[in-house]
Design a protein around this ligand. Structure first.
Ligand code: ADP
Ligand code: MG
Length: 374
């Protein structure tokens, strides 16, 4: 296993379209790195450049000690798992697993031992005599992972490997893949992984670190807790977390120790924000997660009052959509609040948890409420 480095990597496609704008990324040996972002942000392009399936317009890619820019895929020490499994349809599972080693002319006994080990790790022993068309989606994906694993690559590359599976199977495979990564580490064969997904839940649950991308640029690279608690900008703040963070225009005033925010003509003082602010007064974007807005009576001081326009019943909790002038804020409340009151058309107060409130610059969208040692 090896570390992976991208230095100022660019991709301009044939038609002149710049898909990747000079990105830098370091993946440590044995690290599980997730590339996440909306469709079209160049996740696959980046992964395919690492794999050597796509040329690099500028920059440098290193795997371990080697610059691999000019190496063909087969010489890079990588193995890739795709969304559509890409198993050889006419070969049984055993041969699908062992084919890569056969091509490398590994001794028969070694191939047999590796096949046994990998099929045990992925619990596919029962499937060895089947053809791909006799496998369910989840089984086929396990075989595809096994086929990558058996090659003992320097770096594993996954491109949306779970996107074709239904929600339940996807959740199970998520755990299986992260367990496998941990097992390999425990066995002393740590696997360096770059895993592409558009699904923030997959990213948050699987990644040691996550690289959030947008339009061919990196927005932030951090561990899941840091991304959630200290998003570097409004894009990351809105992309990570469910329901999405509320991001609304507001005006910041800093009269005294406790700053205030004004939106929809309502001004609230926000405790726990002042010492974090690196912004002056003026228009900003206020960011607050639905989980960090507490419902209270309308008209309470330092809470925002609005009208409930939608109540989404989620089971253990409800999502309240509350209109304040032009904006709608979403708040997550315990289901018990339904017994007390909220109905469509009712007025309600929402009090932000000031320690969890974010402020973003309207132009750069950078988070200007991150004290360095907060
Ligand atoms: P993602 O995997 O994040 O959905 P892709 O890497 O597939 O994104 O694509 C990134 C951008 O590059 C998109 O705008 C896409 O249309 C464009 N693109 C992808 N492949 C090609 C290609 N072969 N030629 C031209 N443009 C491409
Ligand atoms: Mg893609």
């Amino acid at each position: 296993m090896a570390e992976l480095q991208l230095r100022s990597v660019e991709k301009v496609y044939g038609g002149g379209f710049k898909a990747v704008h000079g990105i830098d990324l370091d993946v440590a040996e044995g690290e599980f790195m997730v590339l996440v972002g909306p469709s079209g942000c160049a996740k696959s392009t980046t992964l395919r450049m690492i794999a050597g399936l796509e040329s690099i317009t500028a920059g440098e890619i290193r795997i371990g000690e080697r610059v691999v820019n000019e190496l063909v895929p087969g010489k890079r020490g990588i193995a890739m798992v795709f969304q559509n499994y890409a198993l050889y349809p006419h070969m049984k599972v055993t041969r699908n697993l062992s084919f890569g080693l056969k091509l490398r002319r590994e001794p028969k006994a070694r191939i047999a031992a590796a096949t046994a080990r990998v099929s045990g790790l992925l619990e596919i022993e029962e499937l060895l005599d089947r053809l791909p068309k006799q496998l369910s989606g989840g089984q086929a994906q396990r075989v595809a992972v096994g086929r990558a694993l058996i090659k003992s690559p320097e770096v594993f590359l996954f491109d949306e490997p779970l996107s074709n599976l239904d929600a339940k199977l996807r959740a199970a495979m998520r755990v299986r893949i992260t367990d496998l990564h941990k097992r390999l580490k425990d066995e002393g064969r740590p696997a360096t992984v770059v895993y592409v997904t558009h699904d923030q839940v997959e990213a948050m649950t699987m990644g040691d670190r996550i690289c959030v991308m947008k339009d061919g640029r990196i927005m932030q690279v951090a561990d899941p807790a840091t991304l959630y608690e200290r998003p570097a900008n409004a894009f990351v703040a809105g992309f990570i977390g469910m329901p999405e963070m509320n991001l609304v225009p507001a005006v910041l005033t800093r009269d005294g120790d406790v700053p205030s925010l004004t939106l929809d003509g309502q001004t609230i003082r926000v405790d726990g924000l002042g010492h974090r602010l690196s912004a002056g007064e003026g228009p900003v974007i206020m960011g607050i997660r639905p989980q960090h807005l507490a419902a209270c009576a309308p008209g309470e001081p330092d809470a925002l009052t609005g009208e409930i326009v939608t109540v989404e019943f989620m089971g253990h909790e409800v999502n309240l959509h509350v209109r304040l002038g032009e904006e709608t804020l979403v708040a997550v409340a315990p289901t018990e609040v339904l017994r007390a009151r909220p109905l469509r058309g009712d007025r309600i107060g929402l009090r932000p948890d000031g320690r969890r409130l974010h402020v973003f610059d309207t132009t750069s969208e950078a988070n200007v409420s991150l004290a360095p040692n907060d």
